[in-house]
Design a protein around this ligand. Structure first.
Ligand SMILES: [Mn+2]
Length: 261
């Protein structure tokens, strides 16, 4: 009986099956929590969605930017486009079940000691602020899906202030929760740097802000394949870039043991 957090799968279905074998996953007693980005680029997004959906009694995922991208395409006027993996999902006989399930996935999952989301915790927020914003954003996503997704994309505002209007609040939350890597020392999100290290002196990885060390729980995230496996006292990154020829990694929360394929 164990709980595992699994990094970004991104349509890499066969490695996911190898990983479940490696950890001897038993749906009757084990629990799998995915860091988000189940879909896109790996070639078998439909298989991944179907598998996690079929095991939902013991598996759950947080939403990542690629999952939101799939939802956004599905709820747009023109579903079928150039993304073959997305097209395969949209043409599947069980598409409404899968999309309906994905739409209701949370932005975070927590245990007693761990807090899991896709990109991390924006350093100007506390965990309770993040949770309040997540609840508000998820409610809007689920209840006004098409208009929410139509207004979701954009890099502005780049910095959090308390007085943002509703659309800006939701857009900022989505960006901070699912796309963040580097943050300027003044709190602005940066969307251009995606390597492990930035040459821009005013930028820091979000987890190197002082406030993160005061967080009550250990933060587990994905999204940053160039960073790869990273761990310090406060955070763990599990995006080891399977889709880019790297590995797919699981962290067993019970004893912090790592498993990779
Ligand atoms: Mn991502």
């Amino acid at each position: 009986m164990a709980t595992y957090v699994i990094g970004d799968v991104q349509g890499c279905f066969d490695p996911l099956m190898q990983l479940t074998k490696l950890i001897n996953y038993d749906p009757k007693v084990d629990r799998l929590i995915f860091c988000g980005d189940l879909v896109n680029r790996g070639g078998k997004s439909l298989d991944v969605l179907r598998w996690v959906y079929a095991h939902q009694n013991s598996c759950d995922t947080v939403l990542g930017n690629h999952d939101l991208s799939l939802l956004s395409k599905y709820f747009s006027d023109k579903k079928i486009g150039t993304n073959k993996e997305f097209n395969a999902v949209f043409l599947a006989s069980d598409v409404s079940l899968l999309i309906g399930w994905l739409l209701q996935r949370p932005f975070y999952i927590e245990t007693n000691d761990y807090f899991i989301n896709h990109a991390g915790l924006y350093p100007l927020w506390t965990l309770s602020q993040f949770k309040a914003l997540a609840a508000n954003t998820q409610q809007e996503l689920v209840s006004n899906t098409s208009s929410f997704l139509a207004a979701m994309y954009g890099n502005k505002p780049s910095k959090w202030i308390d007085s943002l209007d509703m659309n800006s609040t939701h857009r900022f939350f989505i960006n901070a929760c699912t796309r963040m890597r580097f943050v300027k020392t003044d709190g602005r999100l940066n969307f251009s740097e995606n390597k492990k290290i930035s040459t821009m002196k005013s930028l820091k990885p979000w987890f190197q802000f002082e406030s993160i060390s005061n967080t009550e729980k250990h933060l587990v995230f994905g999204h940053w394949s160039a960073l790869g496996f990273y761990q310090d006292n406060n955070v763990t990154c599990l995006d080891t870039g399977k889709v880019w020829g790297g590995q797919l990694t699981a962290l067993r929360l019970d004893d912090k043991k790592l498993f990779s394929v």
